[in-house]
Design a binder for this molecule. Structure first.
Ligand code: DOR
Ligand code: ZN
Ligand code: ZN
Length: 426
């Protein structure tokens, strides 16, 4: 006897309808006809995708919970169709010691509605070995905050202790960022100056030096939020030459150009900054990109009201990405296969997340049901995140997540969010 049978599910737009059988949190059968179950839900031909995996969120817990916490962040995740998130280490304290890592594990286990992994920060290299034992999703380094010597030492140390682990990089060269920021600060307070303060070259040079380290050590490197054509080209070439590098793009770098800094001011301020049309990546580049991550980076409106140089960078992204992408599917610009590859399959593969990312027998019953016909307007007032702003505010969308299940448990159904015990995925 099954726990749950989902009937009339479509796994792709033109696919025949199937029934998904779920027992003990696992997908145990995919059949034409329904099986006996304690509960049956008729999805009436709606699309069912594997629950989305966001490899890049900032849940601000501990220490910065006035911006977001693991409960509100994970509520935003399920509202957006996500069932797994990997949290970034720039919390207070940063997740760069075994003690801080264990503390975050406890916070996630207590507060998270979705399953979660944790990226470890890198500062005191003598902690790397102990951190490895705690199974981080990756080691995250902000190249905009460290110098070349530190980066080299970090690669060397991680390679000697954890040669099979991923190093995730925020790739912007610290010297160039500093130099251009100082120059641009002299030009005033126009938000559009921000994209010149961190020019494409800062990303491109950081990507170049990281590729050479990845090659030298044969260490897997994941480039977070790639924002320029040139950097993607470099990553693509390196990979073709056998270098173990992967790329991620955010929805804001994909859909918005630097004009949005004019339109939305600091609400569109993010690192790396939005790019001009010449440098910006577009939807036609998605086949070369491995992952979409939201870089969900919530701040308060009060912080965002400061002048452009003092306001913190970052936009919340968990509750807008799927409607934005489904809109493109409805316009014929994107396939559901692309969404699955970028937000389910590759995230699971690159970050070694067991039993997730695919709808097949034996996998966790992490699912998102989408209504491709449901229309709406992006309205941050409806967000579950504490950060109720978005540079996508006012966008018309068609296609939305309507049900999210984490290991067979119903956690989001239309406007309702239910309790769930999110688990550590590693
Ligand atoms: O825009 C960003 N926000 N970029 C980063 O690298 C950090 C992030 C944050 O934590 O707010
Ligand atoms: Zn970053
Ligand atoms: Zn980030």
């Amino acid at each position: 006897m099954l726990d749950l049978c989902l009937v009339n599910c479509k796994l792709d737009i033109n696919a025949e309808e199937v029934c998904l059988g779920i027992k003990d949190e696992i997908i145990v059968s995919i059949k034409k006809l329904p099986s006996n179950a304690d509960e049956t839900i008729d999805l009436k031909g709606k699309i069912v995708l594997p629950g989305l995996i966001d490899v890049h969120v900032h849940f601000r817990d501990p220490g910065l919970t006035f911006k977001e916490d693991f409960h509100t962040g994970s509520a935003a995740a399920v509202a957006g169709g996500f069932t797994t998130v990997l949290d970034m280490p720039n919390t207070l304290p940063p997740t760069n010691t075994p003690q801080a890592f264990k503390e975050k594990l406890k916070i996630g286990a207590k507060k998270s509605l979705v399953d979660f992994g944790i990226h470890a920060g890198v500062s005191d290299l003598s902690y790397i070995k102990e951190l490895v034992a705690l199974r981080p999703a990756s080691f995250k380094i902000f190249m905009d905050l460290v110098d070349d010597d530190f980066l080299m030492e970090a690669f060397s140390k991680i390679n000697s202790v954890a040669p099979d682990h991923v190093i995730s990089l925020h790739a912007e060269d610290s010297k160039l960022v500093q130099q251009y920021t100082e120059m641009m600060k002299k030009e005033g307070n126009d938000p559009e100056l921000y994209s010149l303060a961190r020019p494409p070259q800062a990303e491109i040079e950081a990507v170049e030096s990281a590729i050479s380290l990845a090659g030298k050590y044969n260490q897997k490197v994941h480039f977070c939020h790639v924002s320029t054509k040139k950097s993607l080209q470099l990553i693509h070439n390196a990979r073709t030459a056998g270098c173990p590098v992967t790329s991620e793009i955010t929805p804001h770098h994909l859909f918005l150009d630097s004009n949005y800094l004019n339109l939305f001011g600091n609400l569109a301020k993010t690192n790396p900054p939005l790019r001009d049309k010449e440098n910006q990546l577009g939807i036609q580049y998605l086949p070369e990109i491995d992952v979409m991550g939201t870089d969900h980076a919530p701040h308060t409106l009060e912080e965002k009201e400061k002048n452009v140089w003092d306001a913190p960078p970052g936009v919340p992204g968990l509750e807008t990405i799927l409607p934005l992408l489904l809109t493109q599917v409805n316009r014929g610009q994107l396939n559901l296969k692309d969404i699955k590859r970028l937000l389910c399959e590759n995230p699971a593969k690159i970050f070694n997340i067991p039993n997730k990312g695919f709808i097949s027998e034996g996998m966790n019953a992490d699912l998102v049901v989408v209504d491709l016909k449901k229309e709406g307007v992006i309205d941050p007032d409806n967000f579950h995140s504490k950060a109720r702003y978005s540079p996508f505010e006012g966008f018309n969308v068609k296609g939305m997540p309507v049900i999210t299940m984490v290991r067979g448990n119903l956690v989001m159904e239309y406007d309702n969010i239910f309790k769930n015990n999110g688990q550590f995925v590693y």
